[in-house]
Design a protein around this ligand. Structure first.
Ligand code: SF4
Length: 268
């Protein structure tokens, strides 16, 4: 696997993306602390990989303010808690110094392929911050774009939605059926093929299994271990509470107005 990591880091470099190799979680934390300036405000996107390596705690211990809409104990149960615990911090995390998250997959030729239900996690990778940092476990490396799309649609999304308890067809069959209902978790698919023009993008590839993702051909034991670790660190936002019907967003905006948006008030 070491060879795959080295190959992938070289490919990232060709695409103007800075790749780092970390032997383990401890080295990954050191690298991220080196990349992120002391004093920078860091916004997070939902990532069990980031949580697994203890990155939020390490940044806070160093003195960075971390905007985290995905704290594990904070379960969303209604629209007000969705706003307070998820929507508002996610909005703040969209416009700060640094964005920190993981990636669903990374091809050996250096492409980052992701699916997202809300869109904030993928958007933060390429827009809104001068610096974005992605933490990626070795299990996320795939051969090429076809394998990446197969992985995100037919492994990661069905497993993710199964845990949320939503009745999408992929939960039953284990394969994507391109559903269009409110509980679709993969509303947005992104492929980053080169450094985004206004964002310094760093990818820290860790020689450990992190987050959700595996190849179906891997030994059952490894897959079970990845799934169990991910479940321990996943942030559960239950469906359909977190997938608002069209029109419900009006209520979120009403709540946002009471908080005061600097942009809308012309103060930004
Ligand atoms: S589009 Fe629907 S069926 Fe396909 S993976 Fe996403 S949630 Fe599952």
């Amino acid at each position: 696997m070491e060879h795959a990591i080295e190959r992938t880091i070289r490919s990232l470099k060709k695409r103007q993306i800075v790749g780092w190799a970390a032997e383990d979680a401890a080295e990954a934390r050191e690298i991220v602390l080196k990349i992120v300036p002391a004093g920078a405000v860091v916004g997070t996107g939902d990532s069990s990989s980031v949580r697994q390596i203890g990155m939020v705690e390490a940044l806070e211990a160093r003195g960075n303010r971390v905007i985290n809409g995905f704290a594990l104990p904070d379960r969303v149960t209604d629209i007000q808690s969705l706003f307070d615990r998820a929507f508002w911090p996610m909005l703040q995390a969209t416009l700060c110094d640094v964005f920190l998250t993981g990636s669903n997959s990374l091809t050996e030729d250096g492409r980052l392929v992701n699916v997202d239900g809300v869109g904030n996690r993928v958007a933060g990778m390429f827009w809104g911050h001068p610096l974005s940092v992605l933490v990626v476990g070795r299990n996320k490396i795939v051969k090429d774009l076809d394998e990446a799309l197969d992985r995100v649609k037919n492994v990661i999304a069905p497993e993710h939605v199964r845990r949320k308890g939503a009745p999408t067809p992929c939960v039953k069959s284990g394969r994507c059926h391109d559903c269009v209902g409110p509980t679709r978790v993969c509303a947005v698919t992104t492929i980053i093929e080169r450094r985004p023009a206004h964002t310094d993008l760093h990818v820290v590839v860790v020689d450990e299994d992190l987050g959700l993702g595996w190849d179906r051909s891997w030994p059952e034991e490894r897959i079970r271990s990845i799934a169990a670790r991910h479940e321990e660190f996943m942030s559960l936002c239950p469906l359909p509470v977190c997938a608002l019907e069209p029109g419900s967003s009006e209520r979120l905006w009403e709540m946002a107005k009471t908080k005061g948006s600097r942009v809308r008030q012309g103060q930004a």
